[in-house]
Design a protein around this ligand. Sequence first.
Ligand SMILES: NC(=O)c1ccc[n+]([C@@H]2O[C@H](COP(=O)([O-])OP(=O)(O)OC[C@H]3O[C@@H](n4cnc5c(N)ncnc54)[C@H](O)[C@@H]3O)[C@@H](O)[C@H]2O)c1
Length: 254
Amino acid sequence: MSNGDKPFKDKVGLVTGSARGIGRSIAEDLADWGANIVVLDVKQADCDKTAAEIADRYKVKAIGLQCNVVNKDEASAAADKVKTEMGTVNFLINNAGIIRDNLLIRMKEEEWDLVIDVNLKGPFVMTQAFLRLLMKAEPARVVNISSVSGLLGQVGQANYSSSKAGLLGFTRVVAREYASKGILCNAICPGFIQTDMTGSLDEKVQEELKKMIPVGRAGQVKDISRVVRFLCSEDSGYITGNVIRVDGGSATGI
Ligand SMILES: NC(=O)c1ccc[n+]([C@@H]2O[C@H](COP(=O)([O-])OP(=O)(O)OC[C@H]3O[C@@H](n4cnc5c(N)ncnc54)[C@H](O)[C@@H]3O)[C@@H](O)[C@H]2O)c1
């Protein structure tokens, strides 16, 4: 490692949905390598709390930014604010995501629309809003957090699986369109990771999902954030348009 073990010193990472869960862990791991951080989420107070804790623990600059990733105007205002307060963005991590599970026969149109909006339109809106900053940044990375559900298709997740599969297509387009501008874009497909999101599932469902993991344990947030950090590092400088499963082997063979 260079820069006194802080390879991301003076770099800026923005993680959507980073007030908690996987996003927070990503923000922490980037900060641990010296990156200044934008904690972006739906509630200002939650963003500020996480940002203050990260600034204190990792001795970096961290700001909280309230923004609904689906809202173009809010995303554009967020880009202006980040430019003013942080100067640039090197790492855009599209992590914000939601579930609204239901069997297809019962799935409401609102459940479909909301999940497709946040999980698929969100990364489009955010990436578009931050492209100009990213094109000027060195290095510049976009990492999209998809899901094995987007590869396998999960019962009860017509909306979620479709959104996450769509995100893989989006990843490949960004990679192809912006490689020549110096932006590398990859996706990660987490398997079952222990967070508030999965904690909200029925306990029996959680147990069944864990039984299907070859390595024999549920994933932890660090299992994902360490791979995101790798995808932001110099070591991954020749990887773009790729999809990395981080799932303890649960979708092996796909
Ligand atoms: N936990 C898992 O097992 C798992 C597996 C595969 C993929 N994922 C994906 O990883 C990502 C993070 O999941 P998690 O388990 O940490 O979830 P989480 O619910 O714990 O955290 C998600 C965060 O996103 C924020 N968010 C939601 N909608 C938003 C919006 N419109 N604008 C801005 N922020 C918004 C929430 O407020 C929350 O802080 C999601 O994209 C999820 O689909 C999770």
